[in-house]
Design a protein around this ligand. Structure first.
Ligand code: NAD
Ligand code: UDX
Length: 478
């Protein structure tokens, strides 16, 4: 098979050809993003590398149900491109050596140690990548920051790459990813925009153009925004902060609705029809989760604090404070409604993932709500269509609230929703999986203890129908 690469004609007639792309990090971003690039441009070889052998094995699995990430439509994309021009490997050095363009898509979690603990982004994995590229590269490379990074990170990467003494030239670009989990393939195929930041020098602009040409294969050119490095890096943190702020803003009104008789869904609809506000991201919930919102806001808060911008830091921190409050008060409402005690009571959880259509559970509200209810000695019985039992146990254990043995006494995982809810005093909808709406609710009611309570943390169920069956139904913000 012949891979011809993608040519990049420049105004000054120089041509930059990208034949091989490497992506370091085969996670929720690296895997889907590179799969779509490979699918869209069969002439470019795309190698996704990771140090995690099990993850790479799963990406290479014959059985597409065993891909390490569940995303609607991803199996078809992988099956089309894998083995043709898409490869998953643990040979990080070989891929760096071969590639013209290297994406860094490794994790950038919140620091758990030292200066900035609990707030700043931990950049050790990104720096390791830069050092490895510096060590291995023998030909010029374009290095693309795909990970979400604090503004000015490119400066550190540049410093490492420009001091190798090997004569190899590096151009650094920032190309933050805006995909949301659960809709990753759709977001990658029809993004609202692609953002590319780079140096505004001749060689920087040439590198930007090379990456523009990749995306322009399928994204309309007017949706590809180019900026300098710092605007691009900061825009990513800002986008996540704005999105999370909308969720906290609507959630901040839910208690007020509950105590006044207003209905949060009506309020969201009423304000969302104002074209300046818009209807999206106004769904009241148990609180946002996911690997990005909390981490990126904390990072923004840390940057503001480091620069002495205390008012800006406090402003953004409030988004997190509100989110934590929303999770706690949901757990508290369950205890209060169940006559002040849940000790030895069984509570069913529908959903553990942080949102529907993903198997990702990072920062899911489910973990924190379960932890609080277990503190009250409740027995939690969970069903989630995509999350494994191993994942749920390790999520709870990671909080270090009690021993693993104690946790496993209180957390029971089922692969059948009716079994998970059998004999429970109450059930809580934590994730908005569509299948929950279509369950046989009479059958569930018949199997529960009475009075049977539903706490709908996503406002997705049909209140009238459930009340007519006999449930005591409690929504968020009504
Ligand atoms: P992830 O944890 O799923 O994947 C990161 C992968 O990088 C892991 O498999 C890890 O083994 C690998 N890795 C780490 N260091 C490595 C090294 N030196 N060499 C090779 N492999 C290495 O993370 P993710 O969710 O894909 O996120 C990656 C980045 O993208 C983060 O900065 C995140 O903030 C950002 N981001 C995430 C999302 C999302 O929805 N998950 C969306 C946009 C941006
Ligand atoms: C987010 C951003 O949307 C995406 O652009 C970025 O690249 C990564 O972070 P993600 O975390 O995957 O994506 O999912 P998202 O759809 O943003 O949902 C985040 C959390 O907010 C979920 O827990 C979701 O249930 C919650 N949410 C979202 C609400 O509670 N209400 C809403 O109206 C929207």
């Amino acid at each position: 098979m012949l891979l011809n690469g993608i040519g990049n004609s420049l105004k000054n007639n120089q041509k930059m050809s990208i034949n091989t792309i490497c992506c370091i990090g085969a996670g929720y971003v690296g895997g889907p993003t590179m799969s779509v690039i490979a699918q869209k441009i069969p002439s470019v070889k795309v190698i996704v590398v990771d140090v995690n052998q099990a993850r790479i094995d799963a990406w290479n699995s014959e059985n597409l149900d065993e891909l390490p990430i569940f995303e609607p439509g991803l199996d078809a994309v992988v099956s089309e491109a894998r083995g043709r021009n898409l490869f998953f490997s643990t040979d990080v050095e070989g891929a760096i050596h071969e590639a013209d363009m290297i994406f860094i898509s490794v994790n950038t979690p919140t620091k758990t140690y030292g200066d900035g603990k609990g707030m700043a982004a931990d950049l050790q994995y990104v720096e390791l990548c830069a050092r490895q590229i510096a060590k291995i590269a023998t030909s010029d490379k374009i290095v693309v920051e795909k990970s979400t990074l604090p503004v000015k990170t490119a400066e550190a990467i540049k410093d490492i790459l420009e001091n190798t003494g090997t004569g190899v030239n590096f151009e650094i670009l920032s190309n933050p990813e805006f995909l949301a989990e659960g809709t990753a393939v759709q977001d990658l195929e029809t993004p609202d925009r692609v953002l590319i930041g780079g140096d505004q020098t001749e060689s920087g602009l040439k590198a930007i153009q090379a990456l523009v040409n990749i995306y322009a294969t399928w994204v309309p050119k007017n949706q590809i925004i180019t900026t300098n490095l710092w605007s691009s890096e900061l825009s990513k943190l800002t986008a996540n902060a704005f999105l999370a702020q909308r969720v906290s803003s609507i959630n901040a009104l839910t208690e007020l609705c509950e105590s006044t008789g207003a209905n949060i869904d009506d309020v969201a609809k009423a304000i969302g029809t104002d074209s300046r506000i818009g209807p999206k991201f106004l769904k009241a919930s148990v609180g946002f989760g996911g690997s990005c919102f909390q981490k990126d806001i904390l990072n923004l808060v840390y940057i503001c604090k480091s620069l002495g911008l205390d008012e800006a830091a406090d402003y953004w921190e409030q988004v997190i404070i509100m989110n934590n409050h929303q999770r706690s008060r949901f757990a508290k409402q369950i205890v209060t409604s169940l006559y002040g005690t849940v000790a030895m009571k069984k509570i069913g959880f529908l959903g553990w993932a942080f949102k529907k259509d993903t198997n990702d559970t990072r920062e899911s509200a489910a973990i924190y709500i379960a932890d609080k209810l277990i503190d009250e000695h409740a027995q939690i019985q969970v069903y989630d269509p995509k999350v494994t039992a191993v994942r749920m146990h390790s999520d709870l254990n990671a909080l270090n609230s009690r021993t693993e043995a104690e946790n496993s006494k209180f957390l029971e995982i089922h692969n059948n929703p009716y079994k998970a809810l059998e004999g429970t005093h109450a059930l809580a909808v934590i994730t908005e999986w569509d299948e929950f709406k279509a369950y046989d609710w009479q059958k569930i009611y018949d199997g529960m203890l009475k009075p049977a309570f539903i706490f709908d943390g996503r406002n997705i169920l049909n209140q009238k129908m459930l009340e007519s069956i006999g449930f005591i139904y409690k929504a968020i913000g009504r």
